[in-house]
Design a protein around this ligand. Structure first.
Ligand code: COA
Length: 166
């Protein structure tokens, strides 16, 4: 039987618990690949200014893609290092973090969420970083047509900087 396709949608407040759960489960400290963990209040601010996209299966959040204005998230050292390596357009926004539930990977959900973000936010430049040891993410984002524009190192970890125009 073909599984029901996931719904790709703009997040509502009802999705926040699921987003927070997925975000917490995939932190580096817990063996995941996410370098940042935003508190609920910050995510609420972000989703009021730029689209927050989710993938849901039977109502459960199985993926999210955040986006934020650079001034809103400029404090973490990794984002400061990213913009030092690549300034981007003055109004460029930050793409990410993106996360797909482990059981849902390899089916193009990341690309589907990116298409939705682009449709909702056409024209502007998005900038993101990816750890060089995150092969799955590098593959997914290269396949989406994003361009590697710079690299940097922080605390001995190598990162690639990618950019795209929506
Ligand atoms: C990176 C991530 C968002 C990609 O999402 P996705 O929807 O699985 O993306 P894709 O379907 O395009 O698959 C991308 C790559 O994942 C790998 N992959 C495929 N199936 C997989 C699975 N079941 N489990 C893990 N990785 C898998 C493959 O390398 C695939 O590339 P390929 O098809 O060229 O072989 C997802 O792996 C994820 O959430 N990872 C943990 C958090 C993270 O790293 N976020 C990004 C930080 S920059």
């Amino acid at each position: 039987m073909t599984p029901t396709p996931a719904d790709i949608d703009t997040a509502t407040d009802a999705d926040l618990p699921g987003i927070l759960e997925l975000q917490a489960a995939h932190q580096i400290a817990r063996g995941g690949m996410l370098s940042a963990e935003f508190p609920r209040l910050k995510i609420e601010q972000m989703m009021r200014t730029l689209p927050l996209v989710v993938a849901r299966r039977e109502g459960r959040v199985v993926g999210f893609l955040m986006a934020a204005e650079r001034d809103m998230v400029a404090a973490p050292p990794v984002l400061r290092a990213m913009f030092a390596a690549y300034a981007g357009a003055p109004d460029a926004y930050v793409y990410g973090p993106i996360c797909v539930d482990a059981a849902e990977r390899g089916q193009g959900l990341a690309a589907a969420m990116f298409s939705k973000l682009r449709a909702l936010q056409p024209g502007g430049e998005g900038v993101l970083f990816i750890r060089r040891d995150n092969e799955a993410s590098l593959r997914a984002h290269r396949r989406m047509g994003m361009r590697e524009v710079a690299g940097f190192e922080l605390d001995g970890i190598g990162f690639a900087v990618f950019s795209y125009v929506g």
